[in-house]
Design a protein around this ligand. Sequence first.
Ligand code: HEC
Length: 235
Amino acid sequence: MTTLTRLSTTRRLSSTHRSAPTQHPLSGIAPPLVALLAGLAVMGACNKPTDVDSDRSVIVKAPKHKKILGGGEVDLGPPPERVAVALQALKIGLKVRLQTAMQAGGPAAALEACNHDASEIAKRAQVEGIKVGRTSHRLRNPSNAPPAWAAKYVSQAAGKRLDKVPGRMTVDLGDGKRGYLEMIGTATMCLSCHGPSNDLDPALKTRLAQLYPKDQATGFRSGDVRGWFWAEYTR
Ligand code: HEC
């Protein structure tokens, strides 16, 4: 898939949201989403069948909500569909960009693609009244720092294995606002750019140091918590 097709699909996602707020949120976008997901399933087939983490980490199977979170706070359950759809646009945009660049030119090309396009993809996924993003306890790009409300949950999960943390959580932010977090696990395919520093390709390592002089996002192992997708919205 070309960048152009991807961008126009993403644009279609957001414009559907803005122009038809009363419609069923999935009605206008189901065909492109289905097409993308079908394509992703094919691309996913390149991974080893035992590589369950790669499915879990990116799109579909984050573990369920837990009712009570660490500090005794109550998890408010799944976010509304419009929030899930905005997040899906972010996840799919990132995944397609990463995988197409990876297939076209390997990790070096994919690194440039992530560097160049990640923040734009996040911006495009925002719809009115919903902010979305990606964060981590160990950041590559400092501008992906967690929103203030999310910082404590992100640091609570720092250094943990993905099955040891609530996979999703929704918290009350006051003033009718809510915050939603969805865990991102580390899959085998992430290790070429986030794995132990000694295992990274030397050229890629050099380029990483140029692009991200404060990079903290290496040293992960498959199955580690890598970070979180987040959303902030009004109820
Ligand atoms: C080709 C290299 C590459 C691969 C492979 C890769 N990433 Fe990244 N990752 C990056 C770059 C570059 C950034 C910084 C993007 C930016 O500037 O916002 C990043 C940022 C992130 C962030 C945002 C937080 C931060 O540290 O800034 C998360 C979360 C993340 N990656 C998770 C993953 C996961 C999960 C995988 C595997 C499914 C993965 N990445 C695979 C290069 C890569």
